[in-house]
Write a protein that binds this ligand. Structure first.
Ligand code: GLU
Length: 315
């Protein structure tokens, strides 16, 4: 009997994952946020969900981890829903920066203060400042509830140990945010420490591979959740988010990932990666050991293998 692609994936994912796990040896767990350093370096987990909600898991998919930069995709979507395209892109650009995610370099060099895109730290901080809410708590709760809705899971929450760890040590992000403030990218009424507080909480939202895959599935489906039959995000905004994932989602290795795997993806310094195959699958991966660009070594290896095997590249 000829197997469908889904049956083939279900049958082979565990073995491919074990092969990719070897690549974890080439990476290193992030420790600039001290709490992240406790993650198991050789872990690798993966969940795929198709647009009907069928789910397949492999490896250490039970591991929970904080979203870190992956959160930036979803906060951008909420900011677009709160404020519209024009207002958001008054505060942040649309171009890859070619620099590290926490770089200050081009902030001063090009259009003073305006971050290149919403997926680098400066851009994400500017976007978080646009989320509606009368207090930082209200802003965070709106972000968290939006993430819960997309993941279809009301238990998702912030890991306050990771939040506190980043809050204590985020000197670079603080300097970026004060620079934004100095250039009026953060409005007069916005206090720098307040934006940062929401940003750190958003980055510390904790998920597992399945929750991440479900979020990816909603994007794969253009913002429509086929499982619940609800339209959760306007299609235009999903299009914007997916484009940023392709051009800037894998840090300064986004071009390489586009050539090798060719699917929209976003990684975070916890080693998580969200990826999607448009119209077909949402994918959640965790592999805490990172390469020098900040991407999970084993996670990238696995996604590349899957994409080549099933010809997933959108290009
Ligand atoms: N919270 C992290 C930071 O701002 C997120 C970085 C990342 O995942 O790229 O440094």
């Amino acid at each position: 009997m000829i197997k469908t692609e889904w049956q083939h994936i279900e049958a082979h994912l565990p073995a491919w994952l074990e092969e990719s796990r070897q690549a974890a040896r080439r990476g290193k767990v992030a420790d600039y946020i001290p709490e992240l350093a406790h993650a198991p370096a050789d872990a690798l987990g993966c969940t795929l969900i198709d647009t009907n909600g069928n789910t397949t898991n492999a490896g250490d998919c039970g591991l929970t981890f904080t979203m870190q930069s992956i959160s930036k995709v979803f906060t951008l979507l909420l900011a677009l829903m709160d404020r519209g395209e024009e207002r958001v892109f008054n505060h942040v650009g649309m171009e890859p920066s070619g620099d590290d995610y926490n770089s200050m370099l081009k902030l001063e060099l090009v259009e003073p203060g305006k971050p290149f895109n919403p997926l680098i730290n400066a851009g994400a901080i500017a976007v978080t400042a646009l989320i509606k809410g009368d207090s930082t708590d209200e802003q965070f709760v709106r972000i968290r509830d939006f993430f819960r809705m997309i993941a279809g899971d009301s238990s998702i929450d912030c890991n306050y140990d990771v939040y506190a760890s980043e809050h204590r040590t985020a000197h670079r992000n603080r300097s970026l945010a004060y620079f934004l403030k100095d250039n009026d990218v953060l409005a007069d009424e916005i206090a720098v420490e307040d934006v940062l507080d929401v940003y750190f909480r958003q980055c510390a939202i904790e998920v597992n591979c399945e929750q991440l895959a479900r979020m990816g599935m909603v994007l794969a489906n253009g913002g429509y959740d086929l499982v619940t039959g609800q339209s959760l995000i306007p299609y235009r905004y999903v299009q914007i988010a997916k484009t940023f994932m392709v051009t800037c989602g894998m840090y300064n290795a986004s071009g390489e990932f586009a050539i090798q795997a060719g699917i929209p993806a976003k990684s975070g310094v916890s080693g998580g990666i969200i990826a999607l195959v448009p119209g077909r699958y949402g994918i959640g991966v965790i592999g805490p050991a990172l390469n020098s660009k900040g991407n999970s070594t084993a996670g990238i290896d696995l996604l590349r293998k899957l994409s080549v095997q099933y010809n997933w590249s959108i290009f």
